[in-house]
Design a protein around this ligand. Structure first.
Ligand code: 5GP
Length: 206
């Protein structure tokens, strides 16, 4: 067994692309892959549990962590603070655990800067704009709300070119297979391997 550093697998997509279902499947299928838990100052929604969906904190607690350089990245979204706490992520990666991030293009850019070499970014596209539009239409939502969602989706997709991989989520199982392959390749990337010298020495090489 070659010891290695963990992978930060970032999934980004316009909403309505199926990213959440893909993330859930990836986490369920792989015991060495866990979802990153962000900290936020927004209130929990029904069914959300502190420490599972988010770390729900006050603005003062959040700001104290910012002041202590305790975040890998943090951002303001819809008037609330969100961030990825530094310490748990550093220890997970050092222990060889892989972490999946379900974040937007901004979070990806910041995370890539904070953890160079650790991040593998995947942007997930819908099969077509028509499919996306019908998913975003919802049930009887007003036209202006749908138009706003569509504009946000197009804005998110305009950043697809910043990612290492881009895949079209046409078929769920095919996309899971592609993500699994990307994660597998990232795990064996030479720059992540810590114990390669020892393994080679054990084989009489070197
Ligand atoms: P929600 O409040 O609906 O769960 O999330 C709102 C937005 O915050 C989403 O676009 C989500 O991607 C973003 N977000 C959640 N956690 C983080 C984080 O740790 N860092 C950043 N930059 N954005 C986050």
């Amino acid at each position: 067994m070659i010891a290695r550093r963990g992978v930060c697998l970032v999934l980004a997509a316009a909403s309505g692309t199926g990213k959440t279902s893909l993330s859930r499947r990836m986490i369920a299928a792989d015991s060495n892959l866990a979802l990153s838990i962000s900290m936020t100052t927004r209130a929990p929604r029904d069914g959300e549990v502190d420490g599972v969906h988010y770390l729900f904190r006050t603005q003062a607690e959040f700001d104290a962590l910012v002041a202590g350089n305790g975040f890998l990245e943090h951002a303001h979204v819809f008037g609330r603070s969100y961030g990825t706490p530094r310490a748990p992520m550093e220890s997970a990666l050092a222990a060889g655990h892989d972490v999946l991030f379900d974040i937007d293009w901004q979070g990806h850019r910041l995370l890539r800067a904070a953890l160079p070499g650790d991040v593998v970014g995947v942007f997930i596209l819908p099969p077509s704009v028509d499919v996306l539009a019908s998913r975003l239409r919802g049930r009887g939502d007003p036209a202006d709300a749908v138009a706003r969602r569509m504009a946000a989706a197009v804005a998110e997709m305009s950043h697809a070119g910043e990612f290492d991989h881009v895949l079209v989520n046409d078929d769920f199982d095919t996309s899971v297979g592609e993500l699994t392959a990307i994660l597998g390749a990232a795990r064996s990337a030479r720059h992540r391997l810590i114990g390669l010298g020892g393994v080679l020495a054990g084989m009489g090489v070197g």
